[in-house]
Design a protein around this ligand. Structure first.
Ligand SMILES: Nc1ncnc2c1ncn2[C@@H]1O[C@H](COP(=O)(O)OP(=O)(O)OP(=O)(O)O)[C@@H](O)[C@H]1O
Ligand SMILES: [Mg+2]
Length: 274
């Protein structure tokens, strides 16, 4: 059964499709995105069954044909789904048929490692082409940054930045370099309604590189990011005495990078009043 509930015009159409009702003709382009090679469709249906996925929920601002999805990247499309074992809606990351990765195992393994110290969406299970995880009802950091105004709440901004930096610190002390945080706009999700964030997408992460999670994100917020001046204004840096000094901040980041210990981390937080 395909349940089409139009909520507010075509762009918001919610379509729920049970696993058994998925068809190559109608849904092949989502399950095997971009849709020109559907040879893995049957195997992907088997994998949905193996994982216990009951239905796909096509809803979201990105589209594959008429089907709404919650995200699309170079490696995957991400759709909402419901699983037997979970009470809540989950996010299902589906490997693109043209992805330059052969499976989702690295993503799953490294995200599960991040979960072991409280970072990342909760990993549920994975197969060759699918990765089920906690769904984060959120907006991307990039969207938040694009909407920033100098009158945006200082308290909220402070808590939000502190929340991201704390997770970067956890990644650092546990030796997991995310690898894509110098531009965190796509990989930091902000929860709706609270200054809480989740760092996603661990397929490029590594346990063998020198970690640079906190330094990358701190540079984005306070030094090199396109909204860093606005963030400084919101946090009232220009009124601070002594004023925020880029060179002093860089020196603190260097010290932290040499030895990412709690004292250096706290020093960074207190320097940016977060
Ligand atoms: N757990 C989740 N909850 C909610 N939305 C998610 C979740 N995981 C991913 N998304 C959405 O899907 C998008 C793509 O996810 P992700 O970055 O993991 O895919 P990718 O194929 O590796 O992308 P990229 O090529 O950008 O690295 C994200 O930007 C986000 O909008
Ligand atoms: Mg990725």
């Amino acid at each position: 059964m395909q349940l089409g509930i139009e909520t507010s015009g075509l762009s918001d159409q919610l379509i729920v499709v049970r696993r058994r009702e998925l068809s190559k003709k109608l849904h092949g382009s989502v399950l095997c995105y971009p849709g020109n090679d559907l040879s893995s469709f049957d195997s992907r249906l088997d994998q949905l069954k193996e994982l216990g996925v009951e239905e796909l929920i096509f809803e979201g601002t990105s589209k594959v044909g008429k089907f709404g999805i919650i995200g699309r990247g170079c490696v995957s499309t991400v759709v909402k789904a419901r699983m037997k074992s979970e009470n809540e809606i989950i996010a299902l990351k589906i490997r693109r048929a043209d992805a330059n990765r052969s499976d989702m195992s690295r993503d799953h393994e490294l995200q599960s490692f991040a979960n072991s110290f409280g970072v990342g969406p909760r990993s549920i299970s994975a197969s060759k082409d699918l990765f089920a995880m906690q769904f984060i009802d959120s907006i991307k950091l990039g969207k938040w940054a694009a909407k920033l105004k100098t009158r945006t709440s200082k308290k909220y901004t402070r808590s939000l930045i502190r929340n991201v930096l704390e997770q970067c610190y956890l990644l650092d002390v546990n030796g997991l370099d995310h690898g894509e945080l110098s531009n965190p706009t796509k990989h930091v999700l902000i929860w709706k309604g609270e200054p809480k964030t989740t760092i996603i997408d661990y397929e490029s992460a590594s346990k063998n590189r020198r970690v640079s999670n906190l330094t990358a994100v701190a540079q984005f917020f306070f030094l090199a990011g396109w909204q860093s001046e606005k963030i400084q204004k919101i946090l009232g840096f220009e009124k601070q005495s002594p004023h925020f000094s880029k060179s002093k901040f860089i020196a603190k980041l260097r010290k932290y990078k040499d030895a990412p210990i709690e004292k250096s981390f706290e020093d960074i937080l207190s320097y940016v009043k977060c």
